[in-house]
Design a protein around this ligand. Structure first.
Ligand SMILES: *Cc1c(COP(=O)(O)O)cnc(C)c1O
Length: 221
């Protein structure tokens, strides 16, 4: 079942789009099933759980941290995390950079853009993100490397609204790439799309889709 879901999703992805298998709350043996089906990129959203899985599972897994990350926990994942998707404040990026430098790394990061209507979602508004990028402060944060933009759409059945939100993120990404990263081809990632909305995300420029329940079934909360 897991292998089949991964195969089906991969078939539906255009070349250049990568699947992040969101495995939060699923036990190690379930992740191993995905691993044996060839999946190597996994997304987790809790530091302790990621620590445990990173220690237990094969070392060629790329671990992406996709949830809200507290600054005081960055140090635990800095040595090995492959990408941090949801950088939502300058302070968090600063701390990622500090910890990255300590490990001799430049940790790949995405800025989380707040495009949803829900009040509760984290992230920079487009105006805040613009201001931060224009400030140039990130250029001195040598232990972190901005690779692109991440967002979550509103949790709604209104597909047009979801499409509008992804398109807002895409337009911001294009603008940022041209304005601030023209000499940095590594600024190339658009992380949007989950189990219910990734087909829409693919139409609006996604390069990383973060898919959990469609692969692993409902989570055990
Ligand atoms: C849980 C989660 C996902 C995956 O959600 P599904 O609906 O299970 O595919 C994607 N992104 C983030 C940030 C998440 O927390």
């Amino acid at each position: 079942m897991i292998a089949e879901a991964i195969r089906d999703i991969n078939k539906s992805l255009p070349t250049g789009v990568r699947l992040v298998a969101v495995s939060k709350f699923h036990p190690e043996e379930v992740l191993m099933e995905a691993y044996e089906a060839g999946q190597r990129v996994f997304g987790e959203s809790h530091v302790q759980e990621l620590q445990r899985k990173h220690e237990a599972l094969p070392k060629d897994i790329e671990w992406h941290f996709i949830g809200h990350l507290q600054t005081n926990k960055v140090k635990y994942i800095a040595p090995y995390v492959s990408m941090i998707h949801a950088v939502d404040t300058p302070k968090l990026l600063q701390e990622i950079s500090r910890q990255g430098e300590k490990c001799g790394r430049r940790i790949p990061c995405l800025l989380q853009l707040h495009v949803a209507e829900e009040e509760t979602k984290f992230g920079f508004t487009p105006e805040e993100a613009e201001q931060f990028l224009a400030s140039g402060l990130w250029k001195d944060m040598k232990g972190a490397e901005l690779r692109g933009i991440m967002c979550m759409a509103t949790n709604t059945d209104d597909e047009q609204q979801i499409a509008r939100e992804f398109e807002t993120a895409r337009q911001f990404f294009i603008h940022a790439r041209e304005t601030f990263f023209a000499d940095q081809p590594s600024f190339c990632e658009c992380s949007w799309g989950m189990s219910d909305d990734y087909p829409i995300a693919l139409k609006h420029g996604a390069t990383l889709v973060r898919i959990g329940s469609k692969i692993f079934g409902q989570r055990q909360y």
